[in-house]
Ligand binder design. Structure first.
Ligand code: ZN
Ligand code: ZN
Ligand code: ZN
Length: 482
């Protein structure tokens, strides 16, 4: 064995490791001890390592093989490891040894970990994983108490090593579930911070993450799973903050020495919104002097007297340039105009009128003027992105949100998914928008303009504690006395 000779099964000249009907190479042996099924000769369901005269896989008895493939302990037939144990029994023994106390006894509190690690349909790959030095060491550290059995404990281990074990422990309920997107973010953050060379900057960024970014994530993730776009937004904010610190450094400045002129230069060279989350946090926490941020300053563009102040989700959607414009436009229709997804997909470009100065949208009667910066967003979308969408047909072009089916708009379900991925819950956002709307507009007027029935808007007004019925429909813009 071991000398190069033609393999009886694949006919290649290779070192052969075993002898069946003839010398067999290592890879053909590997296949033989993993071929399972009903033996065509005797009808038994078992390992089929042998070959009959037509090279069909048969069981050991029908092939007349001397070799026994049964595990010494559990009699399972397969690849045998030292001690003539199958992969599953070998895995079990290895994990038990790694998780034992100093005297080699199993530790009761680690029994659930043991169960989680050995429970698998693919014992071989699990065995390979446990045998890797990082995982072996981590299991030993758990057993010795050097790593506590908790999320925080695993947080201290190298991120990539802990990730798979953490997944396993969450899947089996040993550890409470933690948001996967959040874990991905943490993995990314560890790499990102490691790339920051200035230790003061690294520490400041870590504080920004701990006390602002991750903290918000923890609160959100407790309610619903985080979306990819939320994570992407946070990663951008961290990267921009790191860029700002490096930029100040190149000007020989600590963040605490930044002046209004420096900040304006930063915004000129980057964008009005660059690093804004960090800037707000740093100024609020005294890490930077309180300066006027570009995002706060009036942009010089004449405002179409917006009847609203974008806040919360709407502000984010309007600001987040990482989101595709299509998503931002759809999000605005939900969050500002309280439109249901089913109606949004049925809007056509004819519902938007733009004379270059004012942009209006027709959702009901009469058409409504669209304030900045929403008007600009819709304009940009129609003039650029909308042309570049992969139209299924020329007729698709008329839809504000064309779909993949020829001549059809996007499906409501598809749009819903896009919005959800961007962190917008259409139902909640719409109800909130409707309530906000009726704060400023009598329900019958709002109903007509938004394309709703009076009842829906009355209901929203009631939810908001607004009693418009005491006022004549038409008394626009007045809020009832408290
Ligand atoms: Zn072979
Ligand atoms: Zn057989
Ligand atoms: Zn076994």
């Amino acid at each position: 064995m071991g000398t190069a000779q033609p393999c009886a099964r694949c006919q290649q000249t290779k070192p052969t490791s075993h002898h069946f009907e003839g010398p067999v190479c290592r890879s053909c042996f590997g296949k033989a001890v993993r071929t399972r099924g009903r033996c065509p000769a005797c009808g038994t369901e078992r390992l089929l390592p042998g070959r009959d005269e037509h090279a069909v896989a048969v069981c050991r008895d029908c092939a007349g093989l001397d070799r026994d493939f049964s595990c010494e302990r559990c009699a399972h037939e397969g690849d045998l490891w030292p001690g003539r144990l199958c992969e599953r029994c070998t895995l079990h023994d290895l994990v038990a040894r790694l998780l034992a106390d100093a005297d080699g006894r199993p530790q009761p509190f680690l029994a659930p970990v043991m169960a989680a690690v050995v429970d698998t349909d693919r014992p071989r790959s699990r065995l390979m994983w446990v045998r890797s030095p990082h995982i072996s060491r981590l299991l030993e550290d758990l057993a010795a108490g050097r790593v506590p059995l908790s999320h925080d404990g695993l947080d201290a281990a190298p991120v990539r090593t802990a990730a798979l074990l953490r997944d396993l422990l969450m899947d089996t309920g040993v550890l409470p579930r933690r948001d996967r997107q959040f874990l991905l973010y943490q993995r990314w953050l560890a790499d990102r911070l490691a790339a920051v060379h200035n230790p003061d900057h690294r520490q400041l960024l870590r504080r920004f993450d701990t006390w602002h970014v991750s903290r918000r994530f923890r609160t959100k993730a407790a309610k619903e799973p985080l979306s990819q776009s939320q994570i992407k937004y946070a990663r951008n904010q961290i990267s921009q903050a790191a860029a700002l610190l490096a930029w100040l450094d190149r000007r020989g400045l600590d963040p605490g020495q930044c002046t209004q002129a420096d900040l304006e230069a930063w915004h000129r060279e980057h964008s009005n919104t660059a690093a804004q989350m960090f800037l707000r946090w740093a100024m609020h926490n005294g890490c930077m002097p309180k300066l006027k941020r570009a995002a706060q300053a009036s942009g010089g563009r004449p405002q179409a007297a917006p009847p609203y102040v974008p806040e919360g989700q709407l502000a984010r959607v309007l600001r987040d340039e990482d989101l595709p414009r299509r998503t931002r436009v759809a999000g605005t229709l939900v969050l500002l105009y309280a439109q249901p997804v089913t109606r949004i997909v049925n809007l056509t470009t004819e519902h938007i009128a733009d004379d270059g100065a004012a942009l209006t949208i027709t959702l009901g009667e009469p058409p409504m003027p669209v304030p900045e910066p929403v008007a600009g967003l819709i304009r940009d979308y129609l003039n650029t992105d909308h042309h570049r969408l992969p139209y299924a047909s020329a007729r698709s072009r008329r839809w504000l949100f064309p779909g993949r089916q020829a001549g059809q708009p996007m499906t409501a379900r598809a749009l819903q998914t896009i919005l959800r991925d961007a962190g917008i819950a259409p139902g909640v956002g719409r109800a909130e928008a409707l309530r906000r709307f009726v704060e400023h507009t009598p329900p019958p007027v709002a109903a007509k303009a938004l394309g709703y029935t009076d009842f829906t808007t009355e209901q929203a007004a009631a939810d908001r504690g607004v009693t418009w019925s005491r006022y004549a429909a038409g008394g626009h813009g007045h809020r009832p006395p408290p």
